[in-house]
Design a protein around this ligand. Structure first.
Ligand SMILES: *Cc1c(COP(=O)(O)O)cnc(C)c1O
Length: 391
């Protein structure tokens, strides 16, 4: 395997799940200005929309793609506000920050909802979902997070989809950090709509998100939204009619995204992208375990997107110092988001391959040496907590 070139002129690698390290070609695509009304830009918009729909794989004919300006959370809010009518009720499956953010969004939107809160990282399972749906016939929609980026868990989305379908309800998915690297095929996951954004597994730069939704749902969504700017139906109808975004599009971001999509395709699409990330994860996890670090999750639940490691219990270890030492060596890591134990996260996505991941492990070893940390093993309490998670 050929090593990927380093990002650019000594920039650090972003081992974060978006913004992430992008290719030179993707950055270079932003060096031109585009008129939003112009036919070339309209063509580019149309092109990214159809490529994203195609990425769903078999069964994609029923879907269309609607880009939405803003960060990923704007697209989540747009999806919830546009597909859940004000008479609807949502079951939110939460096992981390993004599930909880969706619940908070519904609260702002004044849409009725209940939350199955599994804590920091336990996955929502089909039997629980089925039970809640049977007990509450008022629930119309289920919201699930595909990869919960706050712990890095890959939630069992096929299983959840079967449970939701079995009870005749509608599934909405936040696949922000998984889409493009983990298959989300309409044959195996029945959802009305899902969202992702430009700066995750497609490896674009931040600035917009996109909703992939069933065309019939897009038609039905008319009049649901609480917000003009976040009305997915209105954005879709306008794009169908004019080929344009409703309000100023992030033109440079769209151009970068078009370049990133071409690179995604050239790499071999979702399967190849997912395989590179999985290899990144495997090399990282093996190496870090070799240094004595432990992952929060057991292997079965580890996503190829981002991995949470417990902080070493050794009193010489401090996260801020570790962060600074890693940065000095060219790697930006990510703090943890757990309430139960001290942790940090390392992303596996972006323009990086296994050669880079080996350097990351070497850098971590040097950082531990510098701090005088003898053992990277976590506290016994942290491990006990993990023991409750199914293998
Ligand atoms: C990145 C991400 C989001 C969106 O976050 P923004 O900061 O608004 O871009 C939502 N859900 C998940 C699972 C994510 O990883």
């Amino acid at each position: 395997m050929q090593a990927l070139p380093p990002p650019h002129l000594g920039e650090p690698y972003l081992l974060t799940p978006g913004p992430l390290t992008t290719s030179f070609e993707t950055k270079q695509a932003m060096l031109r200005d585009w008129g939003s009304w112009d036919g070339d830009f309209r063509q580019m918009t149309q092109d990214i929309r159809s490529r994203l729909v195609a990425m769903l794989g078999r069964g994609n004919e029923a879907y269309d793609c609607v880009p939405i300006q803003g960060s990923g959370s704007f697209a989540v809010e747009a999806m919830l506000g546009s597909f859940v009518p004000d008479t609807g009720k949502v079951l939110v499956l939460a096992n981390g920050a993004y599930g909880l953010r969706a619940a908070r969004t519904l609260q702002y939107l004044r849409r009725d909802h209940v939350v199955l809160n599994k804590g920091d990282y336990f996955p929502p399972r089909a039997d629980e979902v089925t039970r809640i749906l049977r007990d509450d016939p008022a629930i119309t929609h289920v919201f699930a997070v595909h990869c919960e980026t706050s712990s890095g868990i890959l939630n069992p989305i096929e299983e959840i989809s079967r449970a939701v379908q079995g009870e005749g309800r509608t599934l909405l998915i936040d696949s922000m950090s998984a889409f493009g690297a983990v298959a989300l095929n309409p044959d195996s996951v029945q959802c009305e709509a899902m969202v992702s954004s430009a700066n995750k597994c497609i490896e674009g730069v931040p600035g917009f998100g996109f909703v992939l939704a069933r065309k019939e749902a897009l038609i039905r969504a008319e009049g649901n939204s609480h917000s003009l700017c976040l009305d997915v139906h209105d954005q879709w109808a306008h794009m169908q009619r004019t080929g344009q975004w409703r309000f100023t599009p992030p033109t440079h971001v769209v151009a970068a995204f078009a370049a990133a999509l071409k690179a995604h395709e050239a790499e071999g699409g979702v399967a190849a992208r997912g395989a590179r990330y999985a290899r990144n994860r495997d090399v990282l996890v093996d190496g870090m375990r070799g240094l004595g670090f432990e992952t929060l999750l057991k292997d079965r639940w580890l996503s190829p997107i981002i991995v949470t490691f417990f902080c070493p219990a050794d009193p010489q270890f401090g996260f801020d110092r570790f962060y600074a030492l890693m940065k000095q060596q060219g790697f930006i890591i990510y703090p943890g988001k757990l309430t139960v134990a001290d942790s940090f996260r390392i992303g596996c996505i972006g323009q990086m391959d296994e050669h880079v991941m080996r350097q990351v492990v070497r850098a971590a070893r040097r950082a531990l040496d510098d701090m005088g940390v003898e053992s990277a093993a976590p506290s016994p309490e942290a491990l006990k907590e993990r023991g409750k998670l199914a293998a």
